[in-house]
Design a binder for this molecule. Structure first.
Ligand code: AGP
Length: 610
């Protein structure tokens, strides 16, 4: 959601903070701001709109500082405007803070502070927190650290914060609960980020702050402590191996486009090293494999695109390993009555590893004694730390808000997991498993789809002015239809729905008229004849038909207004290829509408609030 970058250094930090904000514009983008400590005062600049406007202000005002905090905002409480932009100050101007997350009990705290004559300027929940810290600090009984701790002990909700105090020019305090924060260390320089993207350029030595931890930077020194008590905690410094390249668009205009093209490598990376002839090695699950392989039911929980991957996982695990799988949105799982117990396996899927609902679902599963398994892309993220065991998707940093390479990596992992379970449960022969693991040819076929880019672009542009789309598929390709529709909605703002193809007769067909495009995903498999009947049904209502298929049958040519051919492979690879075709289709519709594909309106990359 919002993005935070902070730095303490011996050099001027203004420029690097603004550069960091640019790296995080994909997270939040309605306003931006910066606060720079200047010994006896704090320079405070905020702008509505893009980081570029803040940068222009910085160039004009040239504030110098060795300690500062900066923020890009994705509005939750209060409209996007300059007054609501971060950093926020307390009434005395002593305390300045940036925040990512939501303070849930802001209302009673605000009433309390108002009763103490505190005046508020913004509509944000964040201002309540900075005013509360200021309230404790200005009373004079608590020092800066104690004031931050006292305030945090009184707030509910999720937060990652960094706070400055006008009276202490060398001190910066960071704290987190729920929302992620990382601390980067390089000699005597310190960097704090809501993720590693703004700091990776400066250091690869990272501490992932854990829930309820605080980091206090004081000159050349720092300590890790707890929000709950004044104790010194171990400094767990890790060397991260993300490449700086992951944060550059290279020859592409948009990250989404770059990430679509990366899939030939990312899928290979995800699988490589985990298979050998007919065996699958998922080392991250080793300690819990005896329990996982005996599961008589598996739960999968996730949000958005990761939830779609979960539906594909269900299909594969049930098909290969014959274990029933229940897939539930994490936002529902966390509140619904659960049948999870200490014999259950709960798989949580998340690209970012920081999605608030997914984390809450993991917590619930842990509380019920289940074995929790994370499928996640970010080492050190909350999902990777809160689950008992897990597998990383290894597809590199995903910047585009519309998830692409993470989805195909997630389904690759679920494919391996399903085959490994099938192997352990003897539900598939070694020979069949070996055939499935002969994936190299399949992966090469991704190139074929990427080479068809111009063809897909031409088709996409024909439909860019449509108002509604239906995406229809069966079996493994029903989630592919959901994902295709989600991609289109997110980046082109065209209403699109995914359905199991036959289900469309039970309501959605009422929407179909001559202007409505219907995207059918049609592999030549056992449902082929059935899906052709579904296409006929739409055709007879004059709907436009776009078919993604691996069949050259004439009947499809006769039925389709447009055809996107994908090369012949197995079931799993077909859904990967069809997904990539639909990613490109959505991408070119959005580009055709001249939309900023990497910064879709109202969306943020990582949803760290409930
Ligand atoms: C995907 O294109 C979305 N932007 C979104 O649905 C995303 O998949 C969802 O928010 C879950 O994120 P996660 O995988 O990081 O948990």
């Amino acid at each position: 959601m919002c993005g935070i970058i902070a730095a303490a250094s011996n050099r001027n930090v203004g420029k690097l903070l603004v550069q960091g904000l640019h790296k995080m514009e994909y997270r939040g983008y309605d306003s931006a701001g910066i606060a720079l400590h200047q010994k006896d005062q704090i320079a405070h600049l905020r702008t509505l709109g893009k980081v570029k406007l803040l940068e222009e202000k910085m160039i004009a005002e040239k504030p110098k500082s060795k300690l500062g905090i900066a923020h890009t905002r994705w509005a939750t409480h209060g409209k996007p405007n300059q007054v609501n932009a971060h950093p926020h100050k307390d009434q005395s101007g002593n305390i300045v803070l940036v925040h990512n997350g939501i303070i849930e009990n802001y209302d009673p705290i605000k009433k309390f502070l108002r009763s103490k004559k505190v005046k508020f300027k913004s509509e944000t929940d964040t201002e309540v927190l900075v005013q509360l810290i200021g309230y404790f600090f200005n009373k004079g009984k608590l020092n800066f650290e104690q004031s931050v701790r006292a305030a945090l002990q009184r707030v509910d909700g999720a937060y990652g914060i960094v706070v400055l105090n006008k009276k202490e020019p060398d001190v910066m305090i960071a704290a987190r609960r729920g929302s992620p924060l990382v601390l980067g260390i390089k000699d005597k320089e310190f960097f704090i980020g809501s993720d590693i993207s703004p700091i990776i350029k400066h250091t690869q030595q990272i501490i992932y702050l854990e829930d309820a931890q605080m980091a206090i930077i004081d000159g050349d020194d720092y300590k890790i402590t707890s929000i709950n008590e004044d104790v010194s905690l171990p400094k767990k410094v890790e060397k991260i191996d993300f490449k700086i390249d992951d944060y550059d668009k290279g020859k592409f205009k948009y990250f989404m486009h770059k990430e679509i093209h990366e899939q030939i490598d990312t899928i290979r990376n995800t699988i490589t090293g985990r298979t050998k002839k007919d065996s699958i090695m998922l080392h991250g699950l080793l300690d819990y494999w005896p329990e996982i392989k005996q599961a008589d039911k598996i739960f999968i929980t996730a949000c958005g695109t990761s939830w779609h991957a979960g539906l594909i996982g269900k299909n594969l695990i049930e098909r290969f390993a014959e274990v029933p799988v229940h897939v539930e949105y994490a936002s529902e799982f966390r509140y619904n009555k659960t049948l999870v117990d200490n014999n259950s396996i709960v798989i949580a899927i998340s690209q970012s590893g920081e999605t608030a609902d997914t984390l809450a679902a993991i917590k619930k599963a842990n509380d019920y004694g289940a074995i929790t398994v994370g499928i996640c892309n970010v080492p050190g993220s909350s999902v990777s730390r809160e689950t008992n065991c897990g597998i990383f998707t290894r597809c590199g940093h995903e910047v585009g808000v519309a998830s692409t390479k993470a989805f195909t990596a997630q389904i690759s992992i679920l494919y391996l997991l399903a085959l490994k379970l099938a192997d352990s449960n003897d539900t598939m022969s070694k020979k069949a498993i070996k055939e499935h693991l002969d994936y190299d040819e399949g992966i090469k076929k991704i190139k074929n789809i990427l080479n068809k880019e111009n063809e897909i672009k031409k088709i996409a542009l024909k439909y860019k002015n449509a108002n509604d789309f239906l995406y229809l598929g069966r079996g493994l390709n029903f989630p592919v239809a959901l994902e295709g529709a989600l991609k289109l909605k997110e980046i082109s703002y065209i209403h699109a729905e995914g359905y199991p193809a036959a289900e469309m007769k039970h309501g959605p067909i009422a929407l179909v008229d001559k202007d409505m495009p219907n995207v059918f995903i049609v592999p030549k498999d056992k449902t082929y004849e059935k899906i052709i009947s579904n296409i006929e049904e739409i055709k007879s209502r004059k709907g436009k038909i776009i078919i993604v298929t691996d069949s050259k049958d004439k009947i499809l040519k006769d039925l389709a207004n447009d055809l996107i051919y994908v090369p012949k492979t197995n079931h799993y690879m077909f859904c990967v290829l069809a997904t990539i075709a639909l990613q490109l289709f959505a991408y070119y519709i959005a580009v055709g509408k001249k939309l900023n594909v990497d910064r879709p309106r109202n969306l943020a990359k990582s949803v760290t609030v409930e």
